[in-house]
Design a protein around this ligand. Sequence first.
Ligand code: GMT
Length: 375
Amino acid sequence: MKIAIVCYPTFGGSGVVATELGLELAKRNHEVHFITYSQPVRLALLNPNIFYHEVNVPEYPLFHYQPYELALSSKLVDMVKLFKIDVLHVHYAIPHAYAGYMAKQMLKEQGIDLPMITTLHGTDITLVGNHPNYKTAVSFSINSSDYVTSVSESLKQSTRCLFETEKEIHVIPNFIEVKEFDCDDTPCKRSAMADKNEVIITHISNFRKVKRIEDVVSTFYGIQKQMPAKLMLVGDGPEKERAERQALELGIYDKIIFFGNSNEIEHILSYSDLFLLPSETESFGLAALEAMAMGVPVISSNTGGLPEVNEHGVSGYLSNVGDVEDMVANALKILKDQDTLCQFKENARNVAKKFSIDKVLPLYEDIYTAALNKS
Ligand code: GMT
C-alpha cells in the first residue's frame, strides 16, 4: 500500500508515534510518504520505502500568519497524484485533518477518491482543539474523516463529550518495540550520572504546563529526603526555567541533571530506577510506556489514559493529580529494597509488552484496508 503520513516533525508524542509507525510500515513493504514542514526527528531515510516531502510556506509580508494549511493541502494533492498514494493518514487533528479534507476535495474534482484516516492524539482534543476558536473546524474535520482513531479509550470518551460527533472512533493505543537489553552494554555509563548508592529518578517531556513539572521536582524533593537520589530531567520547554528556580529554592539543584532534548532516551532509561509523569492530563502517556519498556516503573497521575497504561501496584502506582505526598509514598514503596524494585522493573516490562508494535501495527493496517475498500 502507498501511505501518506502527515504529522508534526518535532519531539512531541504524536510526531514520534507517526514516525515510528511509518518506519515499521516501510519495513513491512508499504511505501510511506511523510509530508510535513521539516524532517521528523526520529526519521531515518535509509529505507527505500520511505520518502519525505517538505512543505514550504513562502513568506509574504502581507500575511500576518503564513498559510501553512494551504501549502500543506496543495502539497498533498501534488504528492498523491505523483506517487499514486492509496491512503492519507493524518496525525493530530489541528490543522492536519482540516488540510487533509481540503486535499480530498480538490482530488475529488479530479476524479480521485483519497480515503483519510485521522488519529487523535490528545491535546488536539482536550486542550487546543476544545478552544472555542477551533472547535467548529475540529468537529468538522473529525466528521469529514473516513476513519478516526484515538490513542486511548479515555481520549475516545473525551472526544465524544467535547465534540458534536457520532463518528465511530477506533481505539488504537500507542505502541513500543520492547527490545532485549543489557544495562551494562550501554555506552553512556550510569556511574557518570550518579553514585552507586543513589537511585536514579527520570522525567521526560516537552516541559509544558500540562506536565506539572513542579510536581516532578517536589516529588523528587520528597524522595531524596529519605534516600540518596538523582533526578534526570530530559526535554525542553516553557516550564524548564521554573523547574531550575524551584530546584535552587529547595536546595537540590546539584542533585538534578538537566539534559535538554535528547536522542539518547533508551540509554538514559536503561539506568533509571523510576519514572515520574504527574501530568494534569495525558491521553495515553507514551513517555511512560517508553520507560516501562526499558524496565522502569512509573509513578504517574491517574488522569486520562494513564490508567490504561500504568497498572496500579504492578508497573508502578497512580495518584490523584497534584497529590505529591502520595506520589512520594508510592515511590518509596517501590524503591524500599532491591527485591521490590526488581519485581516492579520486571512487571513494567511485562505490561509494556501488551503494547508491542507487532500487536498494534496490524490494527492500523486493518483500518487502511477498510478505508481503501470503502473508497
Ligand atoms: O504531550 C506531549 O508530550 C505531546 C503530545 C503530542 O501531541 O505530541 O502528546 C500526546 O500524544 C501522545 C502520542 O499519542 C500521547 O502519548 C500523549 O499522552 C499526548 N499528550 C497529552 O495528552 C498531553
